[in-house]
Ligand binder design. Structure first.
Ligand code: CMC
Length: 428
C-alpha cells in the first residue's frame, strides 16, 4: 500500500501522508492541507470520517464487534476484573499490581468525602431536578472547593486530582439519588470495596443496616466496566475539547456529563426503559413502534438501537443481555419489560429496514432492565453510566494534555450572506 494520498484541486496535485495505527487502521494526515492547497479544508459534520486524535486507550472495530481497553478484551475484563482495576488500566495504561491497586484504593478512600457546604448546593435544587443536571453542576462546583488547575506534567498533582475525583464522584452520584428520594446524605465505609460503597451510599435506609447482595455487587461491577470507555464518543470528545483550552479536569468532566445526558448518547438508557414501558402499556404492540421507527415523518427512533461505529453487533450489548437474564433470575424477578425487549430485538433483527442500515441493540438496550431490577430509579440510569465512564473521561483528558494536543477549534465552510452595507432602522 502506498504511503500517501493525493488530492487534486484545479489540476494541482497535493500529496498527503498516510499514517497507520497499531491495528492497521489507515488515516490521511491532513495537517498540511490548508497551507499546501492555499486554504482548502475538509468538511465532515458529526465527524463520521474524521479522527480527532491519536489515542492508545481504547480500540474498537465496529465491523467485527471488537472492544478492547489498552489491548484487553471487554469480554475478559467484564468477567475477570474489578472496576477499580479497569479504572487504573484505562488511566495509567497497565493493569495494577496488588500493591499498586491497594495504594490506589487507599488514596481514593482518603478523598471519599465532600465539603459539607456541597449539601447546601444540593438543598437549593428542587426535588424534581433531573439527577444528571445536578451531577453536572456538582462536579463543576467541586472546583470551588478544590484547586481548579492541575499541572499535568507533575505526576503527583495529576495523581492526586485523579484519586480525588474517583473518591468524591460516587458520593455525588449517591447524593443526587438520595436528594430526590428525600433521604439523608450519607458517606460510605472504608471497609467496603468501591462498588459495595456505591451500593451502600445509594441504598442504605436511615433506620437499618445495609446488607450487601453479591448479585448486585457483581452486576454493578460488570456494568461499570462495560461503560468505562468507548474512545472518541460524544462525551469523551467533549471532555477532550473542553480540556484542550486548559480548563481543569473537574469542569471538563462536568461538560462530559452534560454531553452524556442527551438521548442519542447516554440518555438512551432512560429513554429505552420509558419506550419499553410505553409499548407494554400500549398492549405490547411492538409492530406499531417498529413502524413508527421506520416512518421518516415520525421523529420516533427505536431507542437502544443503532450505533455510529458498531455495524455488526455491540459486544457490550451481548454481555449485558446475558447479565440481564442472570441478574433477574438470581433475584427472582420476572419483569415483563424483558420480554418486550427481547420481542422487539427479534423483530428488528429480522426487519429489512434495520438489516439494511445495520442497526443492532447497543449497550443501552438491556442495561436499564438490570438497573431497574437493582432498584435504581429510571432517572438515575444515565448517572450510573456517568459513574462507569468516569475513568474513561479521565484517561482521555490526561492523554490529550500529555500529548500536548492543540486547542480544539474546528474550521467551517461559511454559507451565509456575503458583505452587505448596514441599513439604518428607517430603511428596513
Ligand atoms: N431507529 C430507527 N432508525 C434509526 C435508528 C434507530 N434507533 N438509528 C439509526 N436509524 C436510521 C437513521 O434514520 C438513518 O436512516 P437513513 O439512512 O434512511 O436516513 C440510518 O439509520 C443511519 O442513522 P444515523 O442517524 O445517520 O446514524 P448515526 O451514526 O448518526 O447515529 C445513533 C447513531 C446511535 C445516534 C443512532 O443510531 C440513534 O439515534 N440511536 C438511538 C439512540 C441510542 O440508542 N443511542 C445510544 C447509542 S450507544 C451508547 C452511547 O453512545 O451512549
Amino acid at each position: 500500500m502506498s504511503d500517501k494520498a493525493i488530492v487534486e484541486i484545479d489540476g494541482n496535485k497535493h500529496e498527503l501522508p498516510l499514517i497507520k495505527g497499531t491495528e492497521n487502521e489507515v488515516a490521511i494526515d491532513i495537517k498540511a492541507l490548508r497551507s499546501s492547497t492555499g486554504g482548502a479544508i475538509t468538511i465532515d459534520p458529526g465527524y463520521k470520517n474524521t479522527g480527532s486524535c491519536e489515542s492508545a486507550i481504547t480500540f474498537l472495530d465496529g465491523e467485527k464487534g471488537i472492544l478492547r481497553y489498552r489491548g484487553y478484551s471487554i469480554e475478559e475484563l467484564a468477567e475477570k476484573a474489578s472496576f477499580l482495576e479497569v479504572a487504573y488500566l484505562l488511566i495509567f495504561g497497565e493493569l495494577p499490581t496488588g500493591e499498586e491497586l491497594d495504594k490506589f484504593y487507599t488514596d481514593i478512600k482518603s478523598h471519599a468525602v465532600v465539603d459539607e457546604d456541597v449539601k447546601k448546593i444540593i438543598d437549593a435544587f428542587p426535588k424534581a431536578a433531573h439527577p444528571m443536571g445536578v451531577l453536572s453542576s456538582l462536579t463543576s462546583a467541586l472546583t470551588a472547593f478544590n484547586p481548579s488547575t492541575v499541572d499535568v506534567r507533575n505526576n503527583d498533582e495529576m495523581y492526586n486530582a485523579i484519586v480525588k475525583i474517583l473518591g468524591k464522584f460516587p458520593v455525588l452520584v449517591a447524593w443526587t439519588m438520595r436528594k430526590k428520594q428525600g433521604l439523608p446524605l450519607i458517606y460510605g465505609d472504608d471497609n467496603l470495596s468501591y462498588v459495595e460503597n456505591v451500593l451502600k451510599m445509594m441504598f442504605k435506609s436511615p433506620n437499618s443496616e445495609y446488607e450487601q447482595n453479591p448479585v448486585l455487587i457483581d452486576a454493578l461491577n460488570k456494568l461499570l466496566i462495560l461503560h468505562a470507555d468507548h474512545e472518541q464518543n460524544c462525551s469523551a470528545s467533549t471532555v477532550r475539547i473542553t480540556g484542550s483550552s486548559h480548563a481543569g479536569l473537574f469542569v471538563s468532566l462536568s461538560a462530559g456529563i452534560s454531553a452524556l445526558w442527551g438521548p442519542l448518547h447516554g440518555g438512551a438508557n432512560q429513554a429505552v426503559l420509558e419506550m419499553l414501558e410505553a409499548i407494554k402499556e400500549d398492549g405490547g404492540d411492538t409492530k406499531k413502534y417498529m413502524a413508527k421507527a421506520k416512518d421518516k415523518e415520525d421523529p420516533f427512533r427505536l431507542m437502544g438501537f443503532g450505533h455510529r461505529v458498531y455495524k455488526n453487533f455491540d459486544p457490550r450489548a451481548r454481555i449485558i443481555k446475558k447479565a440481564a437474564d442472570e441478574v433477574l433470575g438470581d433475584l427472582g424477578i420476572e419483569d415483563p419489560i424483558l420480554d418486550v425487549a427481547k420481542g422487539l430485538e427479534k423483530e428488528a433483527l429480522e426487519d429489512q429496514y434495520f438489516v439494511d442500515r445495520k442497526l443492532y441493540p447497543n449497550v443501552d438496550f438491556y442495561s436499564g432492565i438490570i438497573y431497574r431490577a437493582m432498584g435504581i430509579p429510571v432517572e438515575m440510569f444515565t448517572v450510573m453510566f456517568a459513574l462507569g465512564r468516569l475513568p474513561g473521561w479521565i484517561a482521555q483528558w490526561r492523554e490529550m494534555r500529555l500529548r500536548k494536543e492543540p486547542i480544539g477549534r474546528p474550521r467551517q465552510l461559511y454559507v451565509g450572506e456575503t458583505y452587505r452595507p448596514f441599513k439604518s432602522l428607517s430603511e428596513r
